[in-house]
Unconditional design. Structure first.
Length: 414
């Protein structure tokens, strides 16, 4: 009797499953929209002018319409127009929400072939109609004017992406509560990452910037930006350039060989330095970082006109006779010519180059330098505290970048 009942239940279960399969479309059982399902929309497929942008736009529309993830399988996808990831406006608070994912930044690649076009644009039409709550992960974006344009995008998350070869900016972002995690940005001769205006409550964590003009530029009212666990190597002008920003923390980062110049990057106020705090910055913390190698007669941290800056518990590994901190006038006319309430404490400074180690008794010769006489005294009168500054300050000479022609930058450091 029990055996018959069990067989009956099993038949009913199989029948129910069969009915569900016939009533629910297979696509609805999938949580993702696959880009390859739209390959028939690829323009000039199989030719040198192949363009996947039309296929992307069809897939994006389908993903929004069905509230599913947009999945980009392993492969290389050339485009010639900007892929627009913005969605339809709704009345909900979290509008235009979409997740885009690939198979990994080493295997899923979107390449912008037109240098006058952005690669990916994910931006609201106006600030009032901002895009919200997007996620981009496990993808490589390559080329274009701006590789990833996030103007007016809030609650955005980028994770495990590789971004390279943008002529203007690898990432351009205006928006609040955005997270940029475990990313690599390289070979952007202007800016690797530019955040400005409504760039508030931002986390930039656990990434790597290399061979950019400026690694990260913050300007125009950025507030509450946390930069941590980032490695900056060989950014030609500066690893970080900041002006007009408030409440910025830079912690646990590694700087090597920044501010050493490149043939395709013009010199400006930030050249050369690791961190350039230009003007109108308030409340900046630089803590627990390692600075190694900048240009001769440079300063790892360049201070223009700033208030409430704390530089503590950092290691300055002096390699080319550079100073830890350089005081200079701001780049903009009309700004005051000093910083106020700057505190340097509990920092360590050591020589690492063989040339300096050969000197007898080799303490660090210069902790600080001034671009013109009197700046140090001026800042001290305005509430600044510089540890061990007496007898350790010099007037800076014209910067001489380390020659890199026909020489690999990696070979400079030992």
């Amino acid at each position: 009797m029990k055996g018959k009942m069990m067989k009956t239940k099993l038949k009913m279960t199989v029948l129910a499953a069969s009915l569900m399969a016939t009533c629910i479309p297979a696509a609805a059982l999938d949580t993702r929209v696959n880009l390859l399902d739209f390959r028939n929309h690829v323009a000039a497929a199989g030719t040198e002018q192949e363009d996947w942008q039309p296929a992307f736009q069809k897939a994006v529309a389908k993903a929004y319409a069905t509230s599913r993830i947009l999945y980009i399988p392993a492969g290389t996808y050339p485009i010639r127009k900007t892929v627009d990831l913005n969605g339809p406006k709704t009345q909900l608070y979290l509008i235009n929400s979409l997740t885009v994912t690939g198979d990994g930044r080493s295997v899923t690649t979107i390449i912008q072939k037109n240098p006058k076009e952005n690669c990916i644009s994910w931006t609201g039409k106006t600030y009032k109609d901002s895009a919200t709550s997007g996620t981009l992960r496990d993808i490589t974006l390559f080329g274009g004017k701006i590789t990833l344009n996030l103007k007016w995008h809030n609650n955005f998350t980028l994770e495990s992406c590789y971004i390279a070869n943008a002529s203007q900016a690898g990432i351009y972002s205006e928006g609040w509560s955005n997270r940029f995690l475990n990313m690599i940005i390289r070979h952007c001769p202007n800016n690797g990452f530019e955040g400005r205006a409504h760039f508030n409550d931002i986390t930039i964590r656990d990434g790597y910037f290399s061979r950019c003009g400026v690694g990260i530029m913050l300007s125009g009212g950025a507030r509450g930006v946390r930069i941590s666990g980032i490695g900056f190597e060989h950014c030609a002008n500066a690893a970080l350039m900041i002006y007009g920003s408030n409440a910025v923390s830079i912690t646990g980062c590694y700087f090597e060989g920044n501010g050493m110049g490149a043939s395709n990057v013009r010199r400006n106020w930030a050249f050369p330095s690791s961190i350039a705090l230009d003007c109108n910055n308030d409340t900046v913390l630089i803590q627990g970082c390692i600075f190694r190698g900048c240009s001769q007669n440079a300063g790892h941290v360049k201070l223009g006109s700033n208030d409430n800056v704390e530089i503590r518990n950092n290691l300055f590994d002096i390699h080319f006779d550079e100073a830890a901190v350089e005081l200079t006038d701001p780049s903009r006319a009309g700004m005051k010519h000093h910083s106020g309430r700057v505190r340097l404490k509990h920092n360590s400074l050591v020589w690492s180059s063989k040339k300096q180690q050969e000197k007898k008794g080799a303490p660090v010769e210069f902790y600080y330098q001034e671009s013109r006489p009197g700046l140090l005294k001026l800042t001290l009168r305005h509430g600044c505290f510089f540890e061990s500054h007496e007898g350790k300050t010099r007037i800076s000479a014209p910067s001489k970048s380390v020659p890199v022609k026909n020489r690999k930058l990696e070979e400079i450091f030992h």
